[in-house]
Design a binder for this molecule. Structure first.
Ligand SMILES: Cc1cc2nc3c(=O)[nH]c(=O)nc-3n(C[C@H](O)[C@H](O)[C@H](O)COP(=O)(O)OP(=O)(O)OC[C@H]3O[C@@H](n4cnc5c(N)ncnc54)[C@H](O)[C@@H]3O)c2cc1C
Length: 388
């Protein structure tokens, strides 16, 4: 593992820092936030920093993985808006289309993802199928020029706002191997027969939904990859960026928020910063984040050497889930009765962000695979323990 940046990478890091200094104001008035983010997106897109590692001929930056890590790290430290707003499009739909898409699909979909034109959502989980995704039942019949989709998806994040969905369906039930016979389709959310029913979570927002398909026609040209090979498409698209270093930078940022909060709080008439138990707890969070960062460096080094990285990332995913919940809960408890005020309450401290985070725990704990599943992966595939 090499911790030092090359001269070229140091120059790039300075370029990113200069860009942030010029374009990221200290404070943006609430009413100007939308306009600022739109302008920011335009500028980072012009620099080709959105989709930084995507091939240049497909509209990306053609950059290295290491520089992308530098880019995301610097942005996270400076608390800038993200690099583009189409999260799922940039994270797995786009990479899937680059790897398996036809030329027509690449031309049709990639520019809009890079331009943050609209959101994509991901239709994988079903009412009784989440962890064991390969058992999915939502069906599609091949009707020649189109597929006819019938069934239901569940917990589909962003479905109420998305323009497109990457959907997994079963096109063949005859195989004994449940990973076969699954096909990946790109579906327009306004397709006749497709119904989105938003689900409210405990924060009060309705960002995910149930999605129902009744004889929804999806044109053949919207199939991603070969028919029956959708599992492979999904697995390799999800394996795109694995080091999780940028996520660690996000956690570091949250720890800084927590430290700033601790500095403003008193416990029994004394500054909380002098309280041994508070100091020990915050130091404990910091130690885990540092170990995650070093783990991330290890995965990144493997990736840069061209070695496969898959199961190992479950270690950081597990830590992240635990830590986000613990840090959120701890901040709320430190604040005493003020801690219960959530977003938009005039009595909330720091806009109620800690209570909101504490209530949002399913996002980080369940979304993308539960802790039990991560533990199974670690024990079976990394430690070589017998199957559960
Ligand atoms: C905020 C949020 C956003 C989401 N967004 C999306 C999305 O955009 N698209 C999408 O397709 N899905 C999404 N999901 C669904 C998510 O992927 C599933 O909820 C998750 O995979 C778990 O599946 P499940 O809910 O069916 O639970 P189950 O798989 O039924 O699990 C229930 C419990 O059993 C445990 N368990 C299951 N199998 C095992 C095992 N083999 N060994 C040990 N324990 C086991 C689990 O850990 C869990 O505690 C989202 C979920 C949440 C909470």
């Amino acid at each position: 593992m090499d911790f030092d940046l090359s001269p070229d990478e140091l120059v790039f890091r300075q370029e990113v820092r200069d860009f942030i200094k010029t374009n990221m104001p200290d404070k943006v008035a609430k009413k100007d936030e939308m306009a600022f983010v739109t302008e920011w997106n335009k500028k980072v897109r012009e620099k080709r920093w959105v989709g930084y590692t995507w091939p240049k001929e497909m509209g990306g930056g053609g950059g290295s993985l290491m520089k992308q890590v530098i880019l995301k790290q610097e942005m996270a430290i400076a608390k800038t808006p993200g690099l583009g707003t189409c999260f799922m499009g940039l994270s797995w739909v786009g990479p899937g289309i680059i790897q398996y898409g036809t030329k027509d699909q690449q031309e049709r979909f990639l520019p809009d993802i890079l331009d943050s034109k609209f959101q994509w959502c991901t239709g994988y989980s079903e009412p009784n199928i989440g962890s064991d995704l390969a058992s999915l039942q939502c069906k599609a019949e091949n009707k020649g020029d189109h597929y006819l989709v019938n069934g239901q998806k569940m917990w589909t994040s962003l479905a109420p706002f998305a323009e497109w969905m990457i959907l997994l369906v079963r096109t063949d039930s005859s195989s004994e191997n449940k990973h076969e016979g699954i096909t990946c389709l790109l579906v327009h959310m306004k397709s006749p027969g497709l119904e989105v029913r938003p689900i409210k979570n405990m924060t009060g927002s309705a960002v995910f939904a149930e999605v129902f398909f009744t004889d929804v026609k999806v044109p053949q040209e919207n199939r991603l990859g070969e028919e029956g090979k959708g599992w492979m498409v999904t697995v390799s698209a999800l394996a795109n960026e694995r080091s999780s270093i940028a996520e660690v930078a996000g956690l570091e940022r949250k720890l800084e928020d927590l430290k700033a909060l601790v500095k403003r709080i008193e416990i029994q008439g004394k500054p909380a910063t002098q309280d041994q138990s508070v100091r020990r707890t915050v130091a404990g969070f910091e130690t885990i984040i540092e170990s995650m960062r070093l783990n991330g460096m290890r995965y990144l080094t493997k990736q840069l050497k061209g070695e496969p990285v898959s199961s190992e990332t479950s270690v950081n995913k597990l830590h992240k889930a635990t830590l986000e919940v613990e840090m959120g809960d701890y901040a709320v408890s430190l604040m005493g009765h003020v801690g219960i005020h959530s977003r938009n309450s005039p009595d909330a401290l720091d806009k109620g962000r800690y209570a909101y985070r504490a209530l949002s725990w399913p996002d980080v704990v369940i979304g993308g695979g539960t802790p039990n599943i991560q533990k199974n992966i670690i024990s079976e595939r990394i430690l070589g323990l017998p199957k559960d």
